[in-house]
Design a protein around this ligand. Sequence first.
Ligand code: HEC
Length: 117
Amino acid sequence: MKLIVMGACCAVVAMTSAAAPTYAQDGTQARSLAATCFTCHGNEGRSVGGVPPSLAGRGRNELLQVLKEFQSGKRPATIMHQHAKGYTDRQLELIAAYFAGVKPMPASGAPAARGGS
Ligand code: HEC
């Protein structure tokens, strides 16, 4: 009896610990990739004054398409060509998804709350 209970308990632990790192890794990777954009596009992609434009809360597909156009040189840019070329498609997807999940700057000017999770 005791053995069965222990078995069930360990199976649950094994399942959760197998699933958790995959998610956490993606999330952490997305955040650290996106952090390279904060310097110019504002903290969490919330641009101050709108130059360069905010990324927070924009559509994932829209962002991804723009980034791919920068990468291919199809879209005119001063700096974003070089920047976008440094990432793989998978990394651009993570970055686009990250910014799509961030809440845009509140209009009231209240302290910005981190969106996403
Ligand atoms: C060195 C400053 C700098 C960094 C770093 C930077 N950007 Fe940009 N970004 C710009 C500028 C400037 C523009 C305007 C286009 C241009 O001149 O290249 C722009 C434009 C964009 C646009 C188009 C926005 C629009 O509405 O037209 C997107 C999307 C974008 N950047 C995404 C990113 C992402 C994602 C990252 C991080 C991987 C990033 N940028 C990092 C400076 C930067």
